[in-house]
Ligand binder design. Structure first.
Ligand code: ATP
Ligand code: LTN
Length: 335
């Protein structure tokens, strides 16, 4: 394809480290569909990244297929987009090694996610957890990516990716395109844990701290009813003093395509019970069609395998070009 007619490249990935939560959906997946038209998109299952914490092998395999099905259930067309598993494209690990040699221990030790995960998994602070951002940089840079839609929590990783790419380019010339973060308004809204609204909702958190995109309506109602609020009784946005209530308003707004202010207006004068019910109904209604589609796709294992094989082939063709250029630039003998 001639360079001028190239659409900008969008790259994103999610770890198949658990069943996705509504935080992942609001912060990542639902925005992808809106971007499909304007970009050449790659959506990756970051299974190598998932290995930075212990995984049960059978569960990791199953979740990788489930995540692919979920991407498709959220409306992403695997013909238009490249949907693939990170481990199927060996150039990710290869480029990560090279980039490791252009990344400083000091910058990696400043990463908030590393500090958080090291505290959470004190018995397994492995080197992969430490160099996680380098593999992520390799993911992005292999495809000459223009934009990376990520939740606010991943901004720091994107900054280090840009730093590594700039460092490399300043030595070897223009090898990597410098990616920009794409943080949409709704992704900027971090969805917080239901039982501890001071920490983010995470698929590897306590079972009642998150709503999974696969939860039944009963589960959703139960979890939201138990969500931590406060004793002041007023439905209003105040992230600092009312993090639990603010989080419920955010969820309700995001899942019913309203602004937080509209939700507050619509519920004016009512109690937290009404807010929780409204949030539950909005979540249930949004997830129902996705769950039905996901079930249908999951029943066709051969289709999922085909999508991933095709995705890996198309991704490899692009990744190979970048990696060859890098190998040549750094002086690896190419014959
Ligand atoms: P883990 O619990 O395994 O660390 P996670 O739930 O934090 O995982 P990731 O796989 O790290 O999720 O992230 C996938 C995408 O979802 C990223 O774009 C991330 O920014 C976004 N995301 C994750 N959690 C939230 C959240 N609570 N609110 C908004 N966006 C989120
Ligand atoms: N660390 C990311 C997942 C991820 C990613 C990427 C996101 C791995 N590689 C490349 C964007 C681009 C996360 O969301 N936790």
């Amino acid at each position: 394809m001639p360079e001028e007619s190239r659409k900008p490249v969008l790259y994103s990935a999610v770890q198949p480290s658990g069943t996705l939560t509504i935080g992942n959906y609001i912060g990542a997946l639902r925005n992808f569909k809106l971007l499909e038209q304007d970009y050449d998109c790659l959506f990756c299952m970051a299974d190598l990244h998932a290995l930075t914490v212990r995984q049960e092998p059978a569960a990791l395999r199953r979740r990788t297929a489930e995540l692919a099905a979920l991407y498709i259930a959220c409306g992403l067309d695997p013909k238009k987009n490249i949907i693939y598993a990170q481990s199927h494209v060996p150039m990710h690990a290869e480029l990560a090694w090279i980039l490791n040699c252009f990344t400083y221990m000091g910058e990696l030790s400043r990463m908030t996610q590393f500090k958080d995960k090291a505290a959470k998994h004190a018995d397994n602070i492995n080197a992969g957890l430490f160099t996680y951002p380098v593999l992520m940089a390799a993911d992005i840079l292999l495809y000459q990516t223009d934009v990376v839609p990520v939740g606010a929590d991943q901004k720091q990783h994107l900054e280090i990716c840009r730093d590594i790419a700039n460092r490399f380019n300043s030595i070897y010339g223009d090898v990597f395109r410098i990616p920009e973060p794409y943080i949409s308004k709704s992704a900027a809204a971090r969805i917080m844990s239901l039982n501890d609204p001071s920490s983010k909702m995470s698929k590897s958190g306590e079972p009642d701290s998150f709503i999974s995109v696969m939860d039944t309506p009963d589960d959703i109602r139960r979890k939201l009813r138990r969500a931590v609020t406060d004793s002041d009784g007023e439905i209003r946005v105040d992230a600092e003093n009312k993090p639990g209530v603010t989080n419920l308003i955010t969820i309700c707004a995001a899942m019913s395509n309203r602004t937080p202010e509209q939700v507050c207006q619509d519920l004016a004068g009512q109690g937290y019970g009404a807010l929780k019910d409204a949030a539950a109904e909005a979540v249930i209604a949004t997830l129902a069609p996705i769950q039905a589609e996901h079930k249908r796709i999951m029943a066709d294992k051969a289709y999922i395998a085909d999508v991933l094989k095709d995705g890996a082939e198309r991704a490899s063709a692009i990744a190979f070009k970048t990696l060859r250029k890098v190998y040549k630039k750094v002086g690896l003998y190419q014959g």
